[in-house]
Design a protein around this ligand. Structure first.
Ligand SMILES: [Fe+2]
Length: 504
């Protein structure tokens, strides 16, 4: 390492990362070098994608079930540097899409950056022109007005709706993606029914009984309002509520039960004047109000009645599990952090020393709907994230919840956890040394209706191989079924979904 001694850690990591992407360094050397540089496993797993292309994946441990047919389609922030500018935030980076397609035991991978007009412009000019969520672009030549030059990169989630594949960011409208090529088609406003000043959530929820979806966004500009929509089966949005808000709150996820929609709103808001000043990136203008309540807002799905609002102590929340109604009570699971440390951790993802996070808790909340009061709040499990369940049970009582499980914080190796919400027990699959896991997606086994008869599909990263892999487990037993090696490293990202009959 002596010949690198004149470099800063950041310069060194950048050099090694670039050399790795170009294929001029052996993976083990990359791993050793980056480990020596004290980069966290989670940083390595989510750093800049190593390649774009189409591959038949032949390196498979175990056996891919022949009955598993369909495509896991995911999106992720794809790079951690833009033309020499290190990106600081975990959420920064252009959308990088991946399709893992399973056919009769065979697996193929298609992966590439999404060519949004903003990415294309930056690539052509070979400079960072647009602010990222957490990183400000450098000074630009005369003629550029950087104040409002934010990106709409659908790097958070991807769904299929109304026959379209929609990449979601929550920073703007959805982006329609060509499922054959993973190419950019256009922004999509649901046949003109999504107002231009309402960004669309990255976490719409779908009612398996009616086939309808529900979504929301905080209306920008004058008259800030939590704006709630039903995603109707004709592909249009119908506005159900517009609830005025005193601040531009950050609400990342929602829940759906038989008759209600639930928002767990942390006291996190954007200081708009600061964000608009052009002097800080949007996420640097976020505030967590320690003395302010977390608001639980419960609405009727049919758009009638008054909202129920319940104040709770200040908690940070990104994601929720499922919700259901039983004997006049509404029960739902939310992952609550006691402070805003996770915001600092994701915002300084590029820092040499990761920020420590206070453990969060998967928490079961029970509300008496008639009284509009919280009747109980029970912590089920500490240090979890990315909750998923059998979506056929969305809005009704599900026994099992699948999450990631942290081992000392966001930057460390992440486990796979299956929670039995009836017995209040959990089973944890720890990654092998040098590996970490991302979100697990449950795929029902064809012809089976029991809740956990199916597979868990979990993307992972191996630092020894410097390679991304997909692991398949039996969701009932959590037994290993197969590990499919991608042959390249690409970032794990946050969310994705499994669909049958995706064009390829
Ligand atoms: Fe999310």
């Amino acid at each position: 390492m002596n010949h690198f001694s004149g470099m800063t850690r950041r310069e060194f990591a950048r050099l090694i990362g670039t050399a790795s992407a170009l294929g001029v360094l052996e993976p083990q050397l990359v791993t050793m070098a980056l480990a020596d540089n004290k980069r966290s496993l989670n940083y390595l797993a989510n750093r800049t994608a190593g390649a774009e292309g189409n591959w038949e994946l032949k390196k498979i441990e175990g056996k891919v079930p022949k009955a598993l047919n369909g495509t896991l389609i995911r999106t992720a922030p794809g790079q951690k540097e833009t033309f020499g500018v290190p990106l600081q935030h975990l959420f920064d980076g252009d959308a990088y899409l991946s399709k893992l397609t399973f056919r009769e035991g065979k697996v193929s991978l298609q992966a590439r950056f999404l060519d949004t007009p903003q990415r294309v412009e930056e690539q052509q000019q070979k400079r960072m022109l647009y602010n990222e969520v957490g990183t400000l672009a450098p000074s630009l030549p005369e003629g550029y007005n950087r104040k409002y030059r934010g990106k709409n990169q659908p790097s958070v989630n991807i769904i299929r709706w109304d026959g379209r594949y929609l990449g979601l960011s929550e920073g703007g409208p959805p982006v329609e993606i060509d499922p054959n090529t993973l190419g950019y088609k256009s922004e999509w406003n649901f046949y003109g029914t999504l107002p231009g000043d309402v960004p669309f959530t990255a976490h719409p929820k779908f009612d398996p009984v009616t086939g309808e979806g529900y979504a929301y966004g905080i209306k920008r500009g004058m008259g800030l309002a939590l704006t709630v929509f039903r995603m109707e089966k004709d592909g249009k949005l119908k506005q159900l509520y517009s609830l005025p808000q005193p601040q531009y709150f950050m609400v990342h996820d929602m829940l759906l039960s038989k008759d209600h929609l639930i928002f767990v709103m942390p006291p996190v808001w954007v200081e708009v004047a600061k964000a608009m000043s052009g002097k800080v990136a949007p996420f640097q203008a976020l505030r967590f109000g320690d003395e302010m309540p977390t608001k639980i807002v419960i609405l009727r799905k049919d758009g009638t009645g008054k909202p129920i609002t319940i104040n709770q102590p200040a908690n940070m929340v990104f994601h929720n599990g499922n919700a259901f109604e039983k004997d006049g009570k509404l029960q739902f699971d939310s992952i609550l952090s006691p402070d805003g440390s996770v915001l600092k951790a994701v915002g300084s993802f590029d820092a040499a020393e990761p920020v420590k996070t206070t453990p969060n808790h998967l928490t079961r909340l029970t509300v008496d709907l008639a009284k509009g009061e919280l009747v109980s709040r029970n912590e089920l499990e500490a240090e979890v994230e990315f909750p998923r369940f059998d979506e056929r049970l969305g809005g009704t009582e599900a026994r099992y919840l699948y999450t990631g499980g942290f081992n000392g914080g966001l930057s460390e190796a992440t486990a796979i956890v299956k929670h039995d919400l009836h017995r209040r027990t959990s089973k944890k699959i720890q990654p092998a040394k040098g590996r970490t896991y991302a979100e697990s997606v449950f795929v029902p086994q064809p012809g089976k209706i029991s809740e956990d008869q199916g597979w868990l599909l979990t993307l992972g990263y191996d630092a020894n191989q410097d390679q991304t892999f997909l692991e398949i487990r039996d969701a009932a037993t959590m037994d290993f079924q197969a590990r499919v090696w991608a042959g390249i490293h690409y970032p794990l990202g946050f969310h994705g979904n499994f669909y049958a009959n995706v064009p390829s």
